[in-house]
Design a protein around this ligand. Sequence first.
Ligand code: ZN
Ligand code: ZN
Length: 226
Amino acid sequence: MKASSMTAGTQPLRDDPHHAGLHRASPTEGLAAMTTSVTCDAPVPGQRACGINAIGRCGRCGDAFCLSHRAVSYGIPFDDQCSTCLSAERNTARQRQRDSVSELDRARERISAAAARLARSGLEPHPRFMVTGSKRRGLLGRRTEPVLEPLEPAWIVGRFKWDQQELWNRGFLDTYDTGVTPSGKIVPIGPAPSYTVRDVQGLHREADVLDIANTIEGLADKAGRG
Ligand SMILES: [Zn+2]
Ligand SMILES: [Zn+2]
């Protein structure tokens, strides 16, 4: 470490490509840079940098940027960000999105596998019904009772928020006991009798799938041991 830093100390300009570039610049170029203005540092294929007069400096990377290397998002130009940093940021966001999608896909596969194991273990799932209407009962038909249609049963994995469709299509949230069916579907167990499961749209937080995967795997492990 010491030897190399000493070597670098003796020839700092040639070791650093940035300084090497400045070193090679002719006296005229150097003067132009000092007397006029800062030039754009954006990388351009086949060139060291764009070199057009800069209009601002990036708050992230510190590079000067010209009008065409200024970050613009949805038509709105940024005062303090270069286009290089903006596209790097977008790539990172896209990658993060891809990672989380594949993580959720893996969680769904884990859920299906654990549900299949639970089905083989013989552990009874919780029965589920959907309210499809009501029928009159009792003397002179004064009492009504709900008409229930059986749905695929499910093992309970906890309570989770579900998106639900209300009258006039205004969505609302509700928390339900939630289960996993033998076929690996995540389902609400039983909304209050006045609701129908048909109106439940889906888990409100997609990331809850990860929690559910851990829980159902735990259940399957326990049932497998028992
Ligand atoms: Zn930048
Ligand atoms: Zn530029």
